[in-house]
Design a protein around this ligand. Structure first.
Ligand SMILES: *[C@@H]1O[C@H](CO)[C@@H](O)[C@H](O)[C@H]1NC(C)=O
Ligand SMILES: *[C@@H]1O[C@H](CO)[C@@H](O)[C@H](O)[C@H]1NC(C)=O
Ligand SMILES: *[C@@H]1O[C@H](CO)[C@@H](O)[C@H](O)[C@H]1NC(C)=O
Length: 393
């Protein structure tokens, strides 16, 4: 008898993309699925290098809410909520919610809601691709393991989003509405690798939430966030395992900061101008930083980057690149070989892997300061371009 663990380990090897043509799928009723045109150009990204950034001329049909169950508008006590909870293998917390929260807590919860609503979109699309056969994830036990996992995750993310908005609403704060989204992946392996990367960013950002709630006095929310961090970590162990990576990437997961997560979501997934109330979230959106080097290996090397200026002449002499990895002091490097062509600035910078063992997620940002930086929040405060997301296994 084939052990289930062996089946799971094999999934990463057997899963492959089914050819996708217009006319397939799309029967799930949520406006997702897309038409599959124009989404090449992700070559080489399978969780080894950096995630693809959103193509400028994307023709993918955007994912639109609401879901068929009404999400994100689901009432407490409704049969729809009960169905989500059953699918999620558990309930929303049923204790009383705080009637008052600090401003920093509100912003943090708004970012969490914004992210979780995106995750519902992503995992709804992913689940649809698995069940409708757009993604070929094998058959029998192997397919069932994946489908069971993502089915639960899809509903669990709905509860995360509803929970964050419920706290905001109870405390008299602005709740977050959805956007339309595109997903720069069209095969199963890349989709799981991308899920792993954005979950890494979430896991780093929820550390920021703990820090905010702990320092601004809203410490009644700390345990809840701790529960969510563990939950997202369980998910990520599965995604990493599917991709043939060790489940636990680092001894201490990489720290992020709210502005990096907010910027990454907006740069990579959100269709500009489609959000219900983006302005309600008091966080900056940085300009994108492209990590041009593909398939980044675990070694010292110069990495290539680029960013687009917004037309104003950019003085690059004051700029530095900063790497945030694990719980270590951010690493600052100068820009080398800076070249400007039209509105694109490209450069290289040393990536000191060996000295710092920069496995897992590294967040890169171009700052207008050489630091030194105490942590991710200080980097975000001086960031102009970012985050560049680097994954090393
Ligand atoms: C985007 O697509 C349109 C329509 O196909 C085309 O006219 C335009 O040149 C494209 N723009 C870029 C930057 O590729
Ligand atoms: C689902 O498949 C469509 C069609 O290939 C693709 O455009 C979309 O990005 C996929 N969604 C996910 C989350 O992988
Ligand atoms: C252009 O970039 C500069 C430097 O990052 C910034 O100060 C300025 O506000 C930007 N202008 C626009 C129109 O975005």
């Amino acid at each position: 008898m084939l052990s289930q663990l062996a089946v799971t380990a094999l999934l990463g090897l057997t899963a492959s993309a089914a050819p996708w043509g217009p006319g397939q799928g799309g029967d799930w009723g949520h406006g997702n699925g897309g038409n599959g045109n124009g989404w090449g150009g992700n070559g080489g990204w399978g969780g080894h290098g950096q995630p693809p950034s959103q193509p400028e001329n994307c023709t993918q049909e955007p994912f639109k809410f609401p879901l068929s169950n009404g999400f994100p508008n689901v009432e407490v006590g409704s049969p729809e909520l009960l169905a989500i909870e059953k699918q999620a293998h558990g309930t929303l917390p049923n204790g009383p919610l705080p009637s008052k929260i600090q401003d920093a807590t509100a912003t943090t919860l708004q970012l969490i809601a914004f992210n979780e609503i995106f995750e519902v979109a992503y995992f709804t699309s992913l689940l649809n691709n698995i069940t409708s056969g757009v993604y070929n994830v094998g058959s029998g036990a192997a397919k069932q393991i994946v489908e069971n996992a993502i089915t639960a995750v899809q509903a669990q993310e709905e509860l995360h989003a509803l929970g964050a908005n419920a706290i905001l609403q109870t405390a008299g704060r602005t709740t977050i509405q959805p956007c339309e989204y595109v997903f720069p992946v069209s095969d199963f392996d890349s989709s799981i690798a991308l899920a792993s990367t954005f979950t890494d960013v979430v896991l780093g950002t929820l550390q920021d939430a703990l820090n905010n709630f702990g320092t601004d006095g809203d410490d009644e929310l700390l345990a809840l966030i701790g529960g969510v961090i563990g939950q997202e970590g369980e998910q990520n162990g599965f995604y990493r395992n599917l991709g043939g990576k060790i489940p636990s990437q680092l001894p201490f997961l990489t720290r992020s900061a709210g502005p990096f997560a907010f910027s990454a979501l907006n740069q990579m997934f959100v269709v500009q101008g489609t959000c219900g109330n983006l302005d309600a979230i008091a966080l900056p959106i940085f300009s994108p930083l492209t990590v041009a080097t593909q398939n980044i290996q675990a070694q010292d090397q110069d990495l290539s980057f680029s960013f687009k200026t917004n037309g104003t002449a950019t003085d690059t002499s004051d700029l530095h690149i900063v790497y945030i990895n694990q719980q270590n002091v951010p690493v600052v490097e100068p820009l080398k070989n800076v070249q400007t062509q039209g509105d694109t600035v490209s450069f290289q910078a040393a990536f000191p892997f060996t000295e710092n063992l920069m496995f897992g997620l590294t967040i890169a940002a171009v700052t207008n300061s050489a630091g030194p930086f105490a942590g991710a929040d200080d980097v975000a405060a001086k960031a102009l371009y970012g985050p560049g997301l680097i994954e090393i296994q």
